[in-house]
Design a protein around this ligand. Structure first.
Ligand SMILES: [Zn+2]
Length: 338
């Protein structure tokens, strides 16, 4: 059965911070409640993160100098693109923003291991794809995906030669992930993004993407899906003919929806659901263990898009035995207690 990783600690906010940024920091809890209403069985597949990500695991990706900078409210205000946050005591920012992100990062780490074990795992958070080894940006502090991959390698759950796929469908290009793997070609990157918005000037990160699908602002859902359906299966087939990847990570950012204030694309909620099912099932059909993370999404209804996709994907995966790791997978499934 698939797994879903979540803890109420993921929810960001308090002290009026939510009034300073369009992001709904409470969307994780709202999404989980909605998933449970749509698919009550999801509660049986819940795994809670064990706590905050360990500092040693943050250091697998981030420099000590950068981690020390996170003790500065002025620096964090820049990362959060919220100048007024510089006036909030750093201990408060740590408690209401960074600690939830550290929990979600631990959730991403665990979702990777669970995906390898069960075939599919969804972290109901994470996808902080703009964070770089030596700097945070775009409201992203810890690069949970890069940390998760590094952790799996360090603990021997995957080898440094195993191919890992990163599929990013958030409206913004995943420049942080691309930067983390600038010189590491065992991580193959597929990215569909609005080429007209942030981080459009990050040319080094964009050049690192193995299969970019750049789209102009205003791209509608039908065009988006057509481009995705044209590019992804071909890319996956090219890779899988050389062997099955150990893991795929899917960043399912919902800021592609038409009324999102930051994404500037024009998908309907139905298009978002179709996209998410298409990506996850394209990976499952090829026997690739898949972990999904949430990425961005800045409308008040973002949690509904998340819940619709997560409930649908979990429901379909639980009904489809093919979601399990194939027996000859490099990551042989282990017996589970739950
Ligand atoms: Zn985004």
């Amino acid at each position: 059965m698939p797994r879903v990783v979540y803890d109420p600690t993921y929810n960001i906010g308090g002290y009026g911070l939510e009034k300073l940024h369009p992001f709904d920091g409470r969307k994780y809890g709202k999404a989980w409640d909605a998933v449970c209403t749509l698919l009550p069985a999801a509660k049986e597949w819940l795994v809670k993160p064990t706590g905050e990500v360990a500092v040693d695991n943050l250091r697998l990706v981030h420099s000590d100098g950068y981690l020390e900078q996170l003790a500065s409210a002025a620096y964090l205000a820049k990362v959060f693109e919220t100048p007024a946050a510089a006036w909030i005591p750093v201990a408060v920012l740590d408690a209401i923003v960074l600690r939830p992100m550290r929990f979600a990062t631990q959730g991403t780490i665990q979702s990777f291991a669970l995906a390898c074990e069960h075939g599919l795992a969804i972290n109901l958070g994470g996808g902080f794809h703009h964070a770089k080894p030596t700097g945070g940006e775009g409201f992203n502090v810890y690069n949970d995906v890069a940390i998760g991959i590094a952790f799996l390698r360090q603990t021997g759950q995957i080898s440094s030669d195993d191919v890992v796929l990163y599929v990013d469908c958030d409206a913004h290009q995943g420049n942080g992930v691309a930067t983390c793997f600038l010189d590491d070609r065992t991580v193959k990157i597929f990215d569909v993004f609005n080429a007209d918005i942030y981080p459009r000037h990050d040319s080094a990160a964009r050049a690192r993407v193995d299969r970019p699908v750049p789209l102009p602002s205003g791209t509608d859902g039908e065009t988006y899906l057509l481009e995705l359906q044209r590019a992804l299966p071909t890319w996956l087939d090219e890779i899988t003919t050389r062997g099955r990847p150990a893991l795929a990570i899917y960043n399912a950012g919902t800021d592609v929806v038409s009324d999102d204030p930051l994404g500037a694309l024009a998908l309907s909620p139905e298009h978002v659901l179709e996209r998410d099912v298409f990506v996850v099932e394209s990976l499952a059909r090829r026997g690739i263990p898949t972990a999904m993370v949430l990425g961005g999404g800045y409308t008040p209804d973002s949690f509904r898009l998340v819940a619709d996709s997560v409930a649908t994907i979990l429901g379909r995966a639980s009904a489809d035995k093919s979601q399990k790791c194939p027996p000859d997978s490099p990551l042989t499934p282990r017996p589970t207690s739950a």
